[in-house]
Design a protein around this ligand. Structure first.
Ligand code: CTP
Ligand code: CA
Length: 222
């Protein structure tokens, strides 16, 4: 009923959403990752599809069911997510990067399982491609929405990402607020745009998704 009653106010819009963590392999049995479950990104993909958008959901490994009426693009690593986003970028009107992309990966991936030895173990790391940081400066018609997770100086740090990555909006999360962050069904976010900041109250991730899409729609039609 919810879906039927929804106005199709995003019809004709091509929206790419990234969600979930990336996994960066070390050897055939181990990888580096983070606590992202994908819930916020999936909620965005679901809300956008219900509102009539043409949605592509590019996601890392999650325990969530695919979202109906979206194009499902599973990836594993930051490099694969980079390729999935950039290859579709020209045919994207709105990119929402809700994924928690690993910033580092093991510099070398061992072909065989690494055996334990005596003494210290350290793993050389290298940077992964910064997806938004690479495409932000090259955008043409696209609206770019990033996410930012911080444990301190939320607005200052997130506003810096808006400018640095040439984004149109940043959805900022304070991990230290109750009801926000990993795994839960609610979120507390601040929407940051070049015009200022707007803090939203504690809401379900479904309602946060609709509020984000409302703001994007409003800003695109200005
Ligand atoms: N992001 C990205 N590619 C990366 C890392 C992050 O596109 N390799 C995107 C995220 O999906 C998010 C935004 O950039 O939408 C901000 O991510 P965040 O981790 O908060 O910022 P970083 O620039 O990685 O800075 P830091 O982790 O040092 O705070
Ligand atoms: Ca990061």
């Amino acid at each position: 009923l919810h879906a039927i009653a929804r106005p199709k106010d995003l019809a004709g819009l091509r929206i790419a959403v990234t969600a979930g963590p990336t996994q960066e392999p070390l050897d055939p049995v181990r990888y580096l990752t983070n606590h992202s479950t994908g819930k916020m990104g999936y909620a965005l993909a679901r809300a956008a599809a219900m509102r009539g958008a043409d949605v592509t959901l590019i996601h890392g490994e999650t325990a969530l069911q695919p979202v109906k009426f979206t194009t499902d693009v599973p990836v594993t690593t930051a490099q694969q997510m980079y390729e999935a986003v950039t290859s579709r970028f020209e045919a994207t009107d709105v990119l929402i990067m809700a994924a928690a992309v690993a910033d580092y990966r093991p510099a070398a991936v061992a072909n065989d399982k690494i055996k334990k030895k005596d003494g210290d173990m350290s793993i050389p790391l290298e940077r992964t491609p910064d997806i938004l940081g690479t495409i932000g400066p090259k955008k043409t018609h696209q609206f770019l929405c990033g996410f930012s997770m911080e444990t301190r100086d939320l607005v200052e740090n997130s506003s810096a990402k808006l400018t640095k990555k040439n984004l149109d909006m940043v959805v900022a999360n304070n991990l230290k607020v109750a009801g926000a962050g990993f795994g839960v069904d609610t979120n507390v976010v601040t929407l940051i745009t070049p015009d200022g900041t707007r803090e939203l109250p504690l809401m379900s991730k479904a309602d946060v998704a609709d509020a984000i899409l409302d703001e994007i729609l409003k800003r695109r039609s200005q």
